[in-house]
Design a binder for this molecule. Sequence first.
Ligand code: CIR
Length: 262
Amino acid sequence: MSAHTHFIAAIAKKPSEAVTAGIRSGGGQDPNPELFARQHDTYVRTLEDCGLAVTVLPADPQFPDSVFVEDTALCFKGFAVMLRPGAPSRAGELAAISSAISQWYDDVEVLERGHVDGGDVLWTGPEVIVGQSARTNLEGATALVELLTRRGLIARIAQTPAGVLHFKSDSSSLDSETILATTRVAQSGVFDSYRVMEVPPGEEAAANAVRIRDHVFIPAGSPATAALLSDAGFNVVELDNSEPALIDGGLSCMSLRIPEQD
Ligand code: CIR
């Protein structure tokens, strides 16, 4: 199994009561904090059931979006990268994550300029794709590609579709050759060197899936995607994600997954 799916641990952070103030694009209803916390507990337990050691950081009501730890850092084999998220209200989330990352990594790089949200960074196994978006600007994407190239990885910049929060809102790596994606991102040609499984229309949110060892987590309520993945031989785990989704959070956003280190 490739390092990019063979995770040994994860970092997560409890949601606080302040999730009701989380950033959202549509201006829709607030999440229910109690239900959010229950869905988060199930998510963490499911990661543990897959064999991962999960560090769960305490909630921090100062930062309503801090439950979405994925946007703050990247975890590779041998090194991690602290990012510079694009939303000004999220910059203060890094301190807590940085100290959790240092429990796992001696070698931590820091993105030097621009802005990159981890949600825009897709590690497919053979390469890392950095989506330019409303959060990830060209300066940050360029700095990240330079950093990753210096570290021996293959990396390139792509476009997150207009109106989509993050590149990984619309795509996930299922294995080193296979991508799960929405039609709108697949049609851009960005995944032409991969086998692409397109999520059926109406189930776009399921394109933000997470492959964890032998399992693929998808949001509950995506029956056609569940069938597509099961038929292809993947072990599907459906998780209720109604409350994170109200503030644009998918399943990948709520953990920083740490691959096997050697
Ligand atoms: C935000 O807008 O930053 C949060 N409300 C949602 C972040 C979701 N993160 C992700 O897709 N990686």
